[in-house]
Design a protein around this ligand. Sequence first.
Ligand SMILES: [Zn+2]
Length: 346
Amino acid sequence: MDFKLNYKQYSDFINIANNVFYPLKNFVNKKEFISILEKQKIKNKFFPFPIFFGLNKNQFNKIKKKDKLIFFYKSKKIAIIDNLKFYSLSTKKIGRKIYGKKFQNHPYFKIFSKDNYIFLNFNIKKKFKHNTEPDNFVSPSKFKKKIKYIKYLSSFHSRNVPHAAHQWIHKKLLIKYGGLLIHPLIGQYQKGEYKDSIIMETNIKASKFLKNNKVFCIPFLSYPRYGGPLEAALHAIVRRNYGCTHFWVGRDHAGYKNFFSKYQSQRYCKTNQRKLGINIISEREPFFCKKHNIITNKCKNKNCENNKILISGTKIRKYLLNKNKIPNYLMSKKISRLINLNSLIR
Ligand SMILES: [Zn+2]
């Protein structure tokens, strides 16, 4: 029977098949799922976030009696799978482990529960080799060949059009480590977020501004899970697998509207740095100091607390929605002239 993968299932499949989530080599089975939730471990290796194949009730009813499926994404044949094993796991239990005690208040939890009525584990019987990956996908093995000669490669995760604070971080990382991978997450699906194409276009532009052959910009084809610290740690593992030596964990990294505290993800990743196998850069968030007319994350002048202007993607999107000009201290003119209302998912 044909089974149409949605984007989340497809991107997870492609990432697993290409070792983006190494040491994970398949969608988790029930035992692995529990081991990751309870101990953040898979086969004795640190792994913070379960990558599972969830089905909603509708999907389950269609396939529950089948013993073989052909995965499709859009019109492309992806793989034949068999040995289907369905398993249940309480979404409340999962929610509590991933989002914490207040999981019921997490705005994403409802969607999560609905999407994951039951889970599926399977064997890949045959993966179709031709064109199963999206055109813009770059595998870790391919990327690592390109960076063989580089000693230190820092990495930066974003799911935004780069604003002035992002560009400040790019520069800082490049100066300090000599190499930089700008690795935007592509695969947003919420209204009001930027479209994938514009995120890539503007980040590639920003990478070119740095005029350095040790600066790269490739997409991380995935989707936001809003999982806070545990997802931030997954993001670090992804960058390690792409050969990076350092990873910048941002303010409220992988969070959702301040559900987690501002530096919770940073603290978690820093604490688990050795297990993650990549150096975690945990710095304060940069801001614009209007008195000294600079972007910094520590203005030396003590009185500058009151001169702080926070730079955020949300703020910038408000300017866009209201059709107002975006101030240069929030976003460089070279970037802001590339975006408009049509850059947003609506
Ligand atoms: Zn200042």
